[in-house]
Design a protein around this ligand. Structure first.
Ligand code: SF4
Ligand code: SF4
Length: 512
C-alpha cells in the first residue's frame, strides 16, 4: 500500500494524454489449479499451445452462436470514438488499451480473423489478428481491468456493451484454465460455505448475537437479528460484508431497525448468507445459477413470503434482472421447473418479488409506518454515489428512474442536508467506484486507486463547494473500495456509508 499514490486531479473535463503500455502486465493474480478445479474449470492451460488455441476459438464460436448480442457488438462498432474517454480506468491509467473501444478490439480482432470472410482472406486490411499466446495474455490483462460498469455503453450510439464483451472474454479464459484468482476463489467459498467471506453458520450466529447486544446497549431496545426462522414473512438476502465490515454493518443495523419499527417478521439464512453473485463477473451462466439457487432453497425451506435484498449493487442487478429465470423469484419463472413453480405459489404476489431494501423502506415511509428525527443526521452534509449495477443494470419502484429517486428520497426523509454531485457523473452517467466487476482485490490496488480518480475529483469539488462530509451509497463493493482508496486521496474513510446507516441514525424506535 505504501507505494500507491493517487494521480493528480485534472482540470475537468479533459481527455487524458496517452501512456501506451502503462498497465501492461498489471492484471490480477491468476487462479491456481486447486481454485479452478474446485468450481469445475480446467485447473490450468494445456501445455500444448495449439490445444488452448483451438479451445479458445471453439468457445468463442459457441458464445457467438449462443449470444446474438455478442456477435452484434463484434460487427457493429464504427470506431466513432464516443466511448473512448468515458472509462474511469482509461482516465485514471491513461493506457489506450483501457479505452472501451480498444478493449473490445482485443476480441474483435480475433473474431475478424476466425469468424469473418475478409478477416480470413485479408487479415491485415481489416485489423484481424491470429490468436497467439501473447494475444491471450493481453486479453487476461485488459479484460481484468474492466469493472463491467457499462458507463461506456451509455455513450455509444449503437449501444455496444463492453461489459458483455468482458464477460464473454472472462468466460472463454476460464474455460481454458486461465481464470482470475480473486473471483474464482470467492465463488468456491460460496459453494462450500454459503458466502463470499467463508463465514460458517455458527460464526454468523455468534456475530448476530453480538450485534443484538451492541444495539441493545446503544438504544436500550431489543432489536433482533434472526437467523433460520421458519415461517418468517421476509427473507433478507444481504452481502456478507454487512455482517462485520465497516461501514456495511451500520446499514444492517438500519435494516433491522426498519423491520423492528414496522413489526415485520424477518430472517436471515445460514444457507444463503450472501447476496453477491460473482458468477456474473466471470460471465458464467452455470455459476450464476448455482449460486442463485441457494437462495431458492433457503426460501423454500423457511417458507417465507417475501424476499428482500440488502445494499449490494451487482446482487441487486442479478436479483432484479436474472432471478426470475434462474430461480423462479419474480415474473417469468420457468413453467417446467417444479421448484420455481413451488416458490411462485409460496411467495406473496401483492409485493414485488424480489424487493430492494430501499423499496421496502420507502414504501413504509410513504405509508407513514416509520418516523424520524432528521436532526440526528445534522452533522452530515450528504451526497449520493449511484452504483453502476443499480444505475445501469436494474430498476426500483414502478416508475422510470426509480433506482435513482428512491434512495435519494429516503436520504431526504431522514436528513436535512443533501446535495448532488455534478451532472454528468451521477444517475445513468455515474462513474464506477473503481473496484467493481471482480476487481476488489489488493493485487489490483494500483488500478483501483487510478480507477477511482474521476469519482474522487467530483467528490472533492462537492466538498469544496458545499462542504459535503458524507457520501452515501447502496453497494457493498463501493463501500469497501471507497474506504480503502479515499484515504489515499486525502479523505477520511468514514465519509462513506450506506443509506440505511442514515436511516439507522434518525429512526424513532418503539412508537409503533
Ligand atoms: S464497462 Fe466500464 S470499466 Fe468496462 S470499458 Fe466500459 S466504462 Fe470501462
Ligand atoms: S462508441 Fe460504440 S461505435 Fe463508437 S467506438 Fe465506442 S463502441 Fe464503437
Amino acid at each position: 500500500m505504501a507505494d500507491v499514490a493517487a494521480p493528480a486531479y485534472r482540470i475537468i473535463p479533459i481527455i487524458p494524454a496517452l501512456k501506451p503500455g502503462a498497465m501492461e502486465g498489471k492484471g490480477p493474480f491468476v487462479a491456481n489449479e486447486k481454485i479452478n478445479e474446485a468450481i469445475g474449470f480446467p485447473g490450468k492451460m494445456a501445455e500444448n499451445w495449439q490445444e488452448t488455441h483451438d479451445a479458445v476459438i471453439a468457445k468463442m464460436g459457441e458464445l457467438l452462436s449462443k449470444y446474438r448480442s455478442l456477435k452484434v457488438y463484434m460487427d457493429a462498432c464504427v470506431h466513432c470514438g464516443a466511448c473512448s474517454d468515458k472509462c474511469h480506468y482509461f482516465i485514471g491509467t491513461q493506457d489506450p488499451k483501457n479505452m472501451p473501444v480498444a478493449r473490445q478490439d482485443l476480441m474483435r480482432s480475433v473474431y475478424r480473423r476466425y469468424f469473418t470472410l475478409p478477416g480470413k482472406l485479408f487479415p491485415k486490411l481489416v485489423g484481424a489478428r491470429d490468436l497467439t499466446r501473447e494475444v491471450l495474455d493481453e486479453w487476461y490483462n485488459y479484460f481484468n481491468q474492466c469493472s463491467e460498469c457499462r458507463r461506456c455503453s451509455v455513450f455509444c450510439p449503437y449501444g455496444i456493451d463492453t461489459a458483455e464483451v468482458t464477460m464473454a472474454a472472462r468466460e472463454i479464459l476460464d474455460s481454458v484454465g486461465y481464470g482470475q484468482k480473486y473471483s474464482n476463489e470467492i465463488i468456491g467459498k460460496v459453494h462450500r460455505i454459503g458466502n463470499n467471506l467463508g463465514l460458517p453458520g455458527p460464526a454468523l450466529q455468534d456475530t448476530l448475537e453480538g450485534l443484538e447486544e451492541d444495539v441493545k446497549d446503544a438504544t436500550g431496545i431489543d432489536i433482533r437479528f434472526p437467523m433460520d426462522v421458519k415461517g418468517a414473512e421476509v427473507l433478507l438476502i444481504t452481502p456478507s460484508a454487512d455482517f462485520f465490515a465497516e461501514p456495511h454493518i451500520d446499514s444492517l443495523i438500519g435494516y433491522a431497525k426498519v423491520f423492528h419499527a414496522t413489526g415485520t417478521s424477518w430472517t436471515l439464512s445460514s444457507m444463503a448468507s450472501e447476496a453477491g453473485n460473482f458468477g456474473m463477473f466471470i460471465g458464467n451462466y452455470e455459476q450464476l445459477r448455482k449460486i442463485a439457487l441457494r437462495i431458492r432453497e433457503a426460501a423454500l425451506e423457511l417458507g417465507v413470503k417475501r424476499i428482500v435484498v440488502g445494499e449490494c449493487g451487482h446482487a441487486w442487478r442479478v436479483a432484479y434482472s436474472f432471478w426470475n429465470t434462474l430461480t423462479g423469484v419474480g415474473d417469468g419463472a420457468d413453467a417446467n421447473d417444479r421448484f420455481a413453480q413451488m416458490l411462485q405459489k409460496q411467495l406473496d404476489h401483492r409485493y414485488k418479488q424480489p424487493t430492494h431494501i430501499c423499496e421496502f423502506t420507502w414504501d413504509m415511509i410513504q405509508d407513514e409506518r416509520l418516523s424520524f428525527d432528521k436532526s440526528k443526521n445534522d452533522k452530515h452534509i450528504i451526497t449520493f454515489h449511484d452504483s453502476c449495477n443499480v444505475a445501469r443494470g436494474s430498476r426500483m419502484g414502478d416508475f422510470a428512474g426509480g433506482q435513482f429517486e428512491i434512495p435519494r428520497n429516503i436520504i431526504k426523509a431522514v436528513a436535512n442536508n443533501y446535495v448532488e454531485m455534478r451532472d454528468g457523473t451521477t444517475r445513468e452517467q455515474t462513474f464506477c467506484c473503481g473496484g467493481g466487476g471482480g476487481l476488489l482485490t489488493d493485487d489490483l490496488i494500483d488500478l483501483r486507486v487510478k480507477g477511482a480518480l474521476p469519482r474522487m475529483e467530483v467528490l472533492q469539488e462537492t466538498v469544496d463547494v458545499h462542504g459535503v462530509n458524507f457520501m452515501a451509497t447502496i453497494c457493498a463493493i463501493c463501500k469497501a473500495q471507497f474506504t480503502k482508496v479515499m484515504p489515499i486521496y486525502g479523505f477520511d474513510r468514514r465519509m462513506v456509508g450506506g443509506v440505511h446507516q442514515l436511516v439507522s441514525n434518525a429512526i424513532i424506535l418503539g412508537d409503533k
